[in-house]
Design a protein around this ligand. Structure first.
Ligand code: UGA
Length: 436
């Protein structure tokens, strides 16, 4: 079976590499020649544990190819996966222009019957439109069907999540398409849930928004904990024993970021509105998250007269650990506020610095200034205040005494609840976290 994959971001590239790992011949298509050349050499354009190793292995085995020449890739493919981005539009809706572009290219190039599988997260009903669109523009006399196969990988654990997925969702409108996808996924030996296309599309949003809701709920409860003298870590622990609630995604903090939850909550809200329905739970989730992102800064503002000229250590920039991605990271909102308030920021992140420099270049920004350092110690040295935005192991593992030893004033605002308040107190560190 010959597979083509459109788009080499997290969804497309990881899918392509994992299908190759399962023995298929896969051609990954991207529009950027430079990126394609890198991938041919076994260099991954994204940081993702285990990805490069699998790329190199399957490149060498001749199962994995990369090209900008989509005609060559799609012409005789049996299955074409679409894994291009569906970024957020200013009104919160999903931008489907990349999906449309790839659909048109597929329509104009396929020379044999094939199944087009949409992996990108798309609003309910998009697969129907993609199928119609492709059929409208078909050049050759072939049969093209479209199936939905949403992706559930998380950044940082993308390869593991794909090879060990909790389930594969396939949304099809014909027995043939369903059988083909069942066969394609058989080597993964994972549970497969087969539904209609629109349900598959909805499952993806319903899952992401449910997880986002869970986080916003915990953040809401955490804020209340602060007011009533309870500890959110203990509350979460107590909740986690109830299997109906589950132990994961109960971590309160500075709100969710990334390329998925912020976009997918807004997109579902938009979809509901388009259909004359107001999705109140998701609306509340978005609202809570937006306030949560800058809660720490607001807390610090209450404590400080001014941030002007303060050496401000920032530990962690990415939206979570295990990735170099900064999209919608709470650090961005906070850095903007800190720099506007005149802080001299010294930021440390094990993987996110290069991407951060594109958003906040080194030097003077607004009233403050931006600097990047290579270690926790350099960030803390002589600092008047410290903010923790990401739960990297290197940051989590800092001994409380270190803040006292290195900082000018041991004052820490922790957006990830990484340290025990008692230990921080014992180390003579003034410590603020979320919900405790
Ligand atoms: C998320 C989902 O977890 C994946 O299942 C989904 O496939 C993916 O979106 C997608 O749609 O592509 P991802 O955005 O990579 O994955 O990362 P998560 O681990 O879900 O974290 C999202 C945000 O929530 C991060 O900012 C994280 O710090 C935050 N979070 C997570 C919390 O604040 N508390 C938690 O308990 C868990």
């Amino acid at each position: 079976m010959k597979i083509a994959v459109a788009g080499t971001g997290y969804v497309g590239l990881v899918a392509g590499v994992c299908f190759a790992e399962k023995g298929y011949h896969v051609t990954c298509v991207d529009i950027e020649e430079k990126k394609v050349e890198m991938m041919r050499q076994g260099i991954s354009p994204i940081y993702e544990e285990g990805l490069e190793e699998l790329m190199q292995k399957n490149n060498a085995l001749g199962r994995l190819h990369y090209t900008t020449d989509y005609v060559k890739a799609y012409r005789d493919a049996d299955v074409i996966f679409i894994g291009v981005g569906t970024p957020e539009m200013p009104d919160g809706s999903a931008n489907l222009s990349y999906i449309a572009e790839v659909s048109r290219q597929i329509a104009e190039t396929v020379e044999k019957d094939c199944l087009v599988v949409v992996k990108s997260t798309v609003p309910v009903g998009t697969n129907d439109k993609v199928e119609q669109f492709i059929r409208d523009f078909l050049v050759h006399d072939v049969k093209v069907e479209v199936a939905s196969n949403p992706e559930f990988l998380a950044q940082g654990t993308a390869v593991y999540d794909t090879l060990h997925a909790a389930r594969i969702i396939i949304g099809t409108e014909s027995k043939e398409a369903e059988a083909l996808l069942q066969k394609l996924y058989a080597p993964f030996e994972l549970p497969i849930v087969s539904v209609k296309r629109r349900s598959a599309e909805m499952i993806k949003y319903a899952c992401n928004d449910f997880l986002a809701l869970k986080i916003s709920y915990m953040n809401d409860i955490a804020n209340l904990c602060e007011l009533v003298g309870a500890d959110i870590t203990d509350v979460a622990k107590g909740m986690s024993y109830d299997e109906r609630i589950g132990a994961r995604f109960l971590n309160a903090g500075i709100g969710f970021g990334g390329s998925c939850f912020p976009k997918d909550t807004k997109a579902l809200k938009f979809l509901a509105k388009e259909h004359g329905y107001s999705l109140k739970t998701v609306e509340a989730c978005v609202e809570v998250n937006s306030a949560q992102k800058t809660r720490l800064f607001e807390k610090a503002k209450e404590r400080m007269i001014s941030f002007a000229g303060l050496k401000t250590a920032v530990l962690g920039l990415t939206f979570k650990s295990g990735t170099d991605d900064l999209r919608e990271a709470p650090s961005i909102d906070n850095l903007k506020l800190l720099l506007a308030a005149g802080a001299d920021v010294y930021a440390y992140d094990p993987k996110g610095t290069e991407r951060a420099k594109q958003l906040f270049p080194v030097g003077k920004i607004e009233k403050g200034s931006m600097h990047y350092v290579d270690s926790v110690e350099e960030a803390l040295e002589g600092a008047h205040i410290c903010f923790v935005f990401t739960e990297w192991q290197e940051i989590k593992g800092i001994a409380p005494e270190k803040f006292k030893e290195y900082m000018h004033t041991p004052l820490v605002y922790d957006g990830r609840n990484l340290y025990a308040p008692v230990q921080m107190k014992d180390a003579d560190v003034e410590y603020y976290s979320i919900g405790r």
